[in-house]
Design a binder for this molecule. Sequence first.
Ligand code: PGA
Length: 252
Amino acid sequence: MRKPLIAGNWKLNKTITQAEELAAALVAGLKDVSATEIIIAPTFTALNRVAAIIGDAPIQLAAQNCYPQESGAFTGELSPLMLKDAGCGAVIIGHSERRQLLAEDDQLINAKVKKTLESGLLAILCVGETLAERECDEMLEVLSAQIKGGLADLSAEQMANLVIAYEPVWAIGTGKTATDEQAQEAHSFIRGLVQGLFDPATAQSCRILYGGSVKPDNVDGLMAQDDIDGALVGGASLTAEDFCRIVKFEKK
Ligand code: PGA
C-alpha cells in the first residue's frame, strides 16, 4: 500500500563532474526499477546537470535544503521554486546535521515544510534523537516535539506530499545502525503521532524512512519491518554499486 522509497543524500560531496558520473551509473543500474521510488539529493551546484542526466529515468531529484521564502533579500538562500526550476521534485528538510550545525529549530523547519509543499514539491522531514537523549529516556519526547513542530498547521491533504525520515543521530555516519527492532519501535511511535495529529488513514498512508548507516548488508532486515517504508541513505549513496543494491533490497 505504501510504495517503498529509497533516497540518497549526497551531503557535501562530489564535484559537478563526479556527480554526473554517479548519476549516469545510477541511471544505468536502476533504469528498470518500478516497484520502488528512487530519489537522489546532490549538492545545489550539481542539481541542474544531474537533472539532465536523469532525463526520464525513474529517479527523482531532491535538494538537501531550502529557504521558506519565494524570493527577496535572503543572501545565500534558495527557494523551493528555484529548486523546482533546477529539476527537483523533493526537498530534504530538518536533517540533523542542519539542526545541530546550523541551529535549525522546529519553527524554521515547519516554515520550510510549508513552503516546499506550497511549491508543489515533496517534503522529506527528518527527525531523530541524539545518543544523550536516548540514554536519558527522552527519545519519545524529542520525537514527539520534532513531529508536532515540523508538521504544525498542515492539513491531512498536504500530508500526501510529505515523507518522514527517522534518523537517530547516533547512527548517522557512525556505522552503528539501529537494530531492526529499535527502528521499528521508533517508526511505529511516529506513525502513532501522525495518527494523533491527523487521522488513521493519513497515518497509514504516510511513508516513514529509516536513516543512519543503511548499507547493502542491513537494508533487507530494516525493510522487513512493518513500519519501515524506505531509507534515507548517506555514505552508501555515494557509490553506485551500494546504492543500487539498497534500492533493490530483498524483502525477507
Ligand atoms: P549515513 O547518513 O547513511 O551516512 O549514516 C544518513 C543521513 O544522514 O541521511
